[in-house]
Design a protein around this ligand. Structure first.
Ligand code: URA
Length: 255
């Protein structure tokens, strides 16, 4: 086969098994952007079945051909992919923004069409954001019925009393109804404020900020540290890692 038919949007399995341009293959495998992959090819760093290929029109069959960059074999992910990103503040939780603001897409490795964020964090919120090409799992994780716990490190103005924390735990009245039971604990006092840890099992818009404001301790800084069984750990803002298979299994079991 010599043509370059892609699958219909969303049919990645189909797209993956037809011959495709070498630069597209390299980009999808996460080696570099399409343009960067062309540069690798013209520099003579890419081989197909052991032969250097510099011609930009060359096609490969991902199921048959062995592609290597600098001697290292490159392959396409064979199934859905799962990433954890530490979303920095000042970045939109979308894959594109009509107003040209920075988005999480620019922080992700290239070559994964169909990748999208699982839920969202506010523009000014930092922390753990999962991104995947697995629409089924994402839908389950976001469904209110599944009550997936999400934990936040929250810096607030003023020091919440034990009574404030109890109210957060039992549920506070917001304009879209009372919040479900949550976990809340004081971590430390700092300056004229405090840091608390809050775990919620809902996913309403700006929920943590609204809950904190409801007990008169507005949020000054917010970071998500855990989503289901997945922890942010020491991932720094802007850093990405793939989830382990245990983490993916844990998410499936909890969803
Ligand atoms: N709650 C908020 O208020 N903001 C977020 O980004 C996430 C949870």
């Amino acid at each position: 086969m010599t043509d370059d038919r892609g699958g219909t949007p969303g049919s990645q399995a189909q797209e993956r098994i037809v011959p495709m341009r070498l630069q597209k293959f390299l980009a999808r495998a996460g080696v570099a952007s399409r343009r960067g992959s062309e540069d690798l090819m013209t520099a003579g760093r890419v081989t197909v079945n052991g032969e250097v290929v510099t011609e930009l029109g060359a096609k490969v069959d991902p199921l048959v051909d062995v592609v290597a960059v600098d001697g290292a074999t490159v392959s396409l992910a064979s199934g859905p992919v799962y990433f954890a990103l530490n979303k920095p503040t000042g970045v939109m939780t979308t894959m594109s923004d009509p107003q040209g603001r920075p988005t999480v897409a620019s922080l992700m490795p290239p070559g994964y069409p169909g990748l999208f964020p699982v839920g969202r964090l506010d523009f000014d919120t930092e922390g753990l954001l999962l991104l995947t090409t697995d629409g089924d799992l994402a839908q389950k994780l976001l469904h209110p019925r599944h009550h997936v716990p999400k934990t936040y490190y929250v810096e607030v103005d003023g020091v919440p009393t034990e009574e404030d924390l109890s109210r957060l735990r039992e549920g506070v009245e917001l304009d879209d109804g009372k919040t479900a039971p949550a976990e809340a604990r004081l971590l430390k006092r700092q300056g004229r404020g405090a840091a608390i840890e809050l775990t919620i099992r809902e996913g309403r818009k700006r929920q943590v900020k609204r809950m904190a404001s409801a007990v008169r301790h507005p949020v000054m800084f917010l970071r998500r540290t855990k989503f289901g069984n997945v922890e942010l750990g020491d991932l720094r803002p802007g850093e990405v890692r793939e989830l382990t298979s245990e983490e993916v299994e844990g998410l499936r079991a909890g969803a």
